[in-house]
Design a protein around this ligand. Sequence first.
Ligand SMILES: [Fe+2]
Ligand SMILES: [Fe+2]
Length: 166
Amino acid sequence: MTLFELLHQSHDIQRSLCRRLTATRGNVAQRELLFLQLKIELEAHAAAEERFVYCPILLTDAGLSVSRHALAEHHDIEEYCEDLSIRDKAGDEWLATAKKLSEKVRHHLKEEEKKFFKVAGRILSDKQKALLARRYDKDVVRMRRKLAADYQKVDVSTAGHVQPAR
Ligand SMILES: [Fe+2]
Ligand SMILES: [Fe+2]
């Protein structure tokens, strides 16, 4: 897979988890599990994307503005995840914040796909893209494993995806 195909693959996972999370009603255990999966995916993807997409283009004049913008949004998303990482996830207030997170994530993914990745695509050479794809892929799976290891409820499949623990 190309660098941008790999990035899109995680974006699709994030969109699906956001949709399922904001649709949860009553079943708090399921809500907790979906939130954990989403949090790990967001964090692992943002780390690998910062290291192997935004860091290389931040070093160029043409990539400075978009990489700065993307990193600020990653930070906002991280803060929503922190606010949601409370013991009691049953209330309407929690769900309202989860919806805000979901909106923020969707906005960010759209902006990356429509704008930031296009800028990155123009800056990076084909050789750089191929190298960064391999490094991104390795790091996102390593980060998912590292983050999932903190919890007993989820693990990472042999294909490298976060899943409920068996
Ligand atoms: Fe991002
Ligand atoms: Fe992304």
